[in-house]
Design a protein around this ligand. Structure first.
Ligand code: SAH
Ligand code: SF4
Ligand code: F3S
Length: 462
């Protein structure tokens, strides 16, 4: 048997890309590829790219410059190094990549990576291969399932893609163009994936999609299932102690999803609900299809269903035409909601999107200043949220040994990292922890005596 070939994969962008990277590894495993952490000993490097903002997209070209040198090094040592560009830049700029970077062997879009073995073979015979189609065939059905080993190596928390693409067409966003139209996977396949993960030690599942709460998959009963309905069924799988889902659009929050938060203890009370802006004028220009008040109302419905629920969000500052007054409306919304954490970005015009043609650009210095003000407010909220946990006893799902010797690190319901001194036996268990202090973004604590509820979830998790 020939020795295994080594694959190095570097992923940018969102959690969909993290998931896709794992699936590319699964696709290439039967071809004899094993993963390596360094470019230096790789036979194949895959850049899994993101096109969401200009900076993200430009990273690809600087990375390809470095890879050209790595390829020359490899050649000097008598080795081949193949280079693949995958992900959303591949989809959006495939031809430009080929033109600007002759070092690339294969360009493959997010809907076609199940074809990687075929594309690599074609590149070997023809020099290069490109596939940025939106195929009618079902990518997920064509992918080999991850091996037991792969699942175990990836730890106790796993992503499952349930939905892909987006039909919302926010005026700033490339996702509808790079990922295509919204499509949901059938319920039965998702349940199969989740059972397989649970059988191999996974305790937490995060359902992911560009717009996961727009999920509408074919159910085993012949009806279309919503995300809420899917969550109820997933919560019945033995071994799954925690369920999350991300990312969401405020317009697609329905009663069943709210009810799931009321009824399912396994559904974590932490929801990523991007709003982008607090100004109705800007929300309209963004084509978000909701007002700030409608967003507040959605938040209120979640809170009514589950008092301990917390939120994170995404914001864009400096969208074309954003005035100081518009921006203040964003700050006011943040003040009012009170987030556990949030991401904020300066608006970046993306070729081909409607907002890229809007002329009232906000000055760069104004954008910088607004971003700093918003991030300062978000940081203060996050810090207050984390500090409020000190002195409480909460459930933590333990994930891995920490860098500090003897410490095990896990996450609270709100994804806050929590460290305790304990044996590695607790990895994969949900245990109550009394939180004593906060160091930057990490909580430090000690294992507490199990409360009845925690004992129940720890035993299903063991
Ligand atoms: N489907 C998700 C968004 C995915 S993109 C949703 O609707 O929320 C992740 C985030 O990147 C967005 O929420 C937005 O805040 C940011 N983003 C998207 N396009 C951008 C652009 N052109 N400039 C700056 N930020 C952008
Ligand atoms: Fe982009 Fe809007 Fe779709 Fe989110 S909802 S992926 S921001 S178009
Ligand atoms: Fe980026 Fe594509 Fe995700 S553009 S954010 S990798 S969907």
């Amino acid at each position: 048997m020939s020795p295994p070939r080594k694959l190095h994969i570097k992923s940018y962008g969102c959690q969909m890309n993290v998931y896709d990277a794992q699936r590319m590894v699964d696709t290439l495993a039967p071809e004899g590829f094993v993963e390596t952490a360094s470019v230096g000993d790789a036979d194949l490097v895959i850049l899994n790219t993101c096109h969401i903002r200009e900076k993200a997209a430009e990273k690809v070209y600087s990375e390809l410059g470095r890879l050209r040198l790595a390829r020359e090094d490899a050649a000097r040592n008598g080795r081949d190094l193949n280079i693949v560009v995958a992900g959303c830049v591949a989809q959006a700029e495939g031809d430009e990549i080929i033109r600007r970077a002759p070092v690339v062997d294969v360009v493959v879009g997010p809907q076609s990576y199940h074809n990687l073995p075929r594309l690599l073979a074609r590149a070997r015979s023809e020099g290069r291969a490109i596939d940025t189609e939106f195929p009618v065939e079902d990518k997920f059905a064509a992918l080999p399932p991850p091996s037991r080993q792969a699942i175990r190596a990836r730890g106790v928390s796993a992503f499952v893609t349930v939905q892909e693409g987006c039909d919302k067409f926010c005026t700033f966003c490339v996702v509808p163009y790079t990922r295509g139209a919204e499509a949901s996977r059938p319920v039965a396949r998702i349940l199969d994936d989740a059972r397989r993960l649970a059988d191999n030690g996974v305790r937490e599942i995060t359902l992911i999609g560009q717009n996961v709460n727009a999920y509408h998959g074919d159910g085993p009963d012949g009806r279309t299932w919503s995300l809420g309905k899917l969550l109820y069924r997933l919560a019945e799988i033995p071994g799954i102690a925690r369920i999350r889902y991300s990312t969401n659009h405020p317009r697609d929050v329905d009663d069943e999803l709210i009810a799931a938060h009321r009824d399912l203890p396994a559904l974590m009370p932490f929801v990523h609900l991007p709003v982008q802006s607090g100004s109705d004028r800007i929300l309209a220009a963004m084509n978000r299809k909701h007002t700030a008040d409608e967003y507040r109302h959605v938040i209120a419905r979640f809170r009514e269903a589950r008092a301990d629920i917390a939120f994170s969000s995404d914001f864009i500052v400096g969208f074309p035409g954003e005035s100081e007054e518009d921006f203040k409306a964003t700050l006011a919304l943040v003040e009012q909601i009170g987030y556990a954490s949030a991401y904020s970005f300066k608006y970046s015009p993306r070729p081909g999107t409607p907002a890229a043609d809007m002329r009232e650009m906000v000055a760069a210095a104004t954008m910088d200043e607004r971003l700093a003000r918003l991030q300062d407010l978000i940081d203060r909220q996050q810090h207050a949220f984390n500090r409020a946990a000190i002195g409480t006893t909460v459930d933590v799902l333990f994930e891995r040994a920490a860098r500090n010797e003897g410490q095990i690190v896990g996450r609270t319901a709100y994804l806050q990292p929590a460290h305790v001194m304990a044996s590695e036996d607790i990895i994969g268990e949900v245990r109550p922890v009394t939180l004593d202090s906060l160091e930057r973004y990490s909580l430090l604590g000690r294992l507490a005596t199990a409360s009845p509820r925690a004992r129940a979830s720890a035993s299903t998790g063991a």
